[in-house]
Design a binder for this molecule. Sequence first.
Ligand SMILES: [Zn+2]
Length: 469
Amino acid sequence: MADDGKLTSSDHAAILVAQLTAATIRKLGLGLGSNLPGRLARKVSPTVLSHLSSQTTRGVIAVTGTNGKSTTSGILSSILRTAGFTFAHNRQGANLVTGITASLIESSNWKTGIAADLCLFEIDEAALPVVAKEVKINSVVVTNLFRDQLDRFGELDTTAKLINSGININQSLAILNSDDPNVSQLAPDVEHLFFGLESVVQTASEIAADATKDISANMELSYCGKCGKEVSYTKVFYGQMGHWFCQGCDFKRPTPAIVARDVEVSATQSRFKLVIDGKVEECVLPLPGLFNVYNALAAAAAAHHLGASREAIRYGMKEYSTLFGRSERMTIEGKSVIVQLIKNPAGATQALASCVKDSKAKVLIAINDNLADGRDISWLWDADFEQLASLDNATMIVSGQRAEDMAVRLKYAGISSEQISTVPKLSQALRQGIDSLKEGETLWLMPTYTNLLDLQKILKTMGYAMNCT
Ligand SMILES: [Zn+2]
């Protein structure tokens, strides 16, 4: 591994080859952009990732964990931009070693390499040790550990071991979620920076009821690393996140240095007091759901460690909204798909207006009524779905927990029953939508928030990554 960041002649060649390949792929419209340039570059120069990443002045920060990697890196990017840092960031979905190499090369000049303060890498849990062998990672942020990747990595223990070894290779600073007992017990031998929730303000009994429901649904069993007993809680916030302690010994949740207090979650945003070094910032996060407060905290902890001011953290969080929920065009199995989050009458009406301008539009609307979507779906009646009647003979698919309600809404908008296909399961609805597309047609997919999260997961299993969350 090179320490001086000097590029070799093979590194220069590798950057050129990868950049030409990426440009050619883009020109030809081939859909395999993220892997080939990185693979070729690594063939030409196996040291290119190592050398390029060591050129940054403030080093490399990695974000890993089961959920929230993209959101955490996105919020962190927003904060770092606000704070005036320059950085290279891997494209979302390109979170394995070849994709990270390709992304870094994209931000590089073939002669001089990379000119940035730092590298921000979103890294797949299993890829962390692979990347850590080549890249001196200064700090590793771990968001949470859930079991949803069971098929790929085996037991949760296996994932934890991979992350541990990834952190230990460079003795990286571990920036950990203190409330997730599966995360806060990671890498006990390195230096830590913990983040966690102090308190959540529950404004309605409905929220409390929801929280209870979520707890039983998402909680991972967690065990004390010292004595092996299952951990207990004085407070549970979400899944297995909470103030945990061991009844078998004195082990307990580490006290976090970066804290969110008095968290108020509503359908579209959260408010909380961010406490850093005893100083309080009133923060607004334009994302729904407690899990996103954790993502914002993870980003705040990393940004604070990198030297961003509390003001930059607050402002960067607030500004993150501009990236969220914009429409995203994708090519899936060679078919054209546009995804646009809908969450309120005004936004939905706008999305529909764009959609009906496309005479070859096919429509898939997915409505959930979880807390993060808004429990009250009466807004569907205030959005101008009547516009859709101008799409001739198009079949419209409705999906999600409230697919039936959406079907009723479309009938009142003047769409005939024969045109409406009700498919509550989103994966099936997506399959039907893609399969039904003819040459030149586009699937306009309009999900509410938790459907968008599901969609991301479904697309991931199909090998596609979204940018918009
Ligand atoms: Zn114990």
